[in-house]
Ligand binder design. Structure first.
Ligand SMILES: NC(=O)c1ccc[n+]([C@@H]2O[C@H](COP(=O)([O-])OP(=O)(O)OC[C@H]3O[C@@H](n4cnc5c(N)ncnc54)[C@H](OP(=O)(O)O)[C@@H]3O)[C@@H](O)[C@H]2O)c1
Length: 249
């Protein structure tokens, strides 16, 4: 059984992670900025796993003054701290962020400055307790520049660089850094950004259609299905299974 604080556990990937951890028997503390969301999420976890309901504490990545009190409360309620998981993050397409300076500021700050500020405090707490795991959600969008997500990808690239650095710097002292880089996952933020029909869905549907047409044309027009099969895009099945990259430019 592990003692785990999770930031972002009220929504999307974080909620799924929190449920998995609770069901497998870990003790979980939910840290987030909305007290009502935290209470609802704690009740959801309590209904799925036996034992005490999870601890909750208000933490806003954009408000560093909330960090210490939230971690204090998590450690007090958990009885220690083995791992901090940060799934909190902000997303915007390149089109949306180019058109909206406030949204741009929010994505750049949340995913880079604010997350790193919190990581600095969290890793100090873990090291003070003898070591532990710091697990942070990056993205495949940070691996190389992509036209639809230049700014978002830049935040995740910078975050990855930082995480590699603290892994090198503090590994021997007992800090284990884990960077998770998902491809596309259908969560609330992505549904909203793309109006319920996601960018990747549309691209993949186009590719799937092109593949099918190439197969149909192949016998009589000598089209080459392999040309389409080789496209640098995962199939719908691969994405649904959580494999492959989500973006194509
Ligand atoms: N979904 C994807 O396709 C995908 C792909 C690659 C990487 N990722 C990354 O995976 C992580 C989770 O993504 P998701 O799609 O699950 O996101 P999501 O459904 O939008 O959930 C985001 C979570 O972050 C929290 N959050 C945002 N700003 C915060 C702040 N300032 N302080 C504290 N919490 C804050 C939100 O809390 P509120 O409810 O208070 O807003 C929410 O719980 C993100 O880092 C994302 O960049 C996602």
């Amino acid at each position: 059984m592990k003692l785990i604080a999770i930031v972002g556990g009220t929504k999307g990937i974080g909620r799924a992670v929190a449920r998995l951890l609770a069901v497998r028997g870990d003790r979980v503390a939910l840290l987030g900025r909305d007290a009502a969301d935290l209470a609802a999420s704690a009740a959801d976890l309590a209904a799925r796993a036996p034992g005490d309901p999870p601890a909750t504490a208000v933490l806003d990545l954009a408000r560093p003054e909330t960090y210490d009190a939230a971690l204090d409360e998590a450690i007090r309620r958990l009885g220690g701290l083995d791992a901090v998981v940060i799934t909190a993050g902000a997303f915007g397409t390149q089109d949306a962020l180019e058109a909206d300076a406030a949204a741009r500021q929010r994505v750049l700050s949340t995913n880079f400055t604010d997350t790193i500020q919190f990581c600095e405090v969290a890793r100090a707490r873990l090291l003070a307790g003898g070591g532990g795991t710091l697990c942070v959600l990056g993205s495949v969008a940070g691996d190389r520049a992509r036209k639809p997500v230049v700014l978002y990808g830049a935040t995740k690239a910078g975050l990855a660089y930082y995480l590699q650095g603290i892994d090198l710097r503090h590994r021997d002292a007992g800090l284990r850094v884990v960077l998770v880089k998902p491809g596309f996952v259908r969560t609330g933020s992505r549904e909203t950004e793309f109006g319920g029909r996601t960018f990747i869905d549309q691209r993949l549907v186009q590719v799937e259609r092109a593949r099918r047409q190439a197969r149909e044309l192949a016998p009589r027009k000598h089209a080459r299905p392999r040309d389409v099969e080789d496209a640098d895009v995962p199939t719908l099945d691969e994405v649904a299974n959580g494999r492959g990259e989500a973006w194509r430019v």
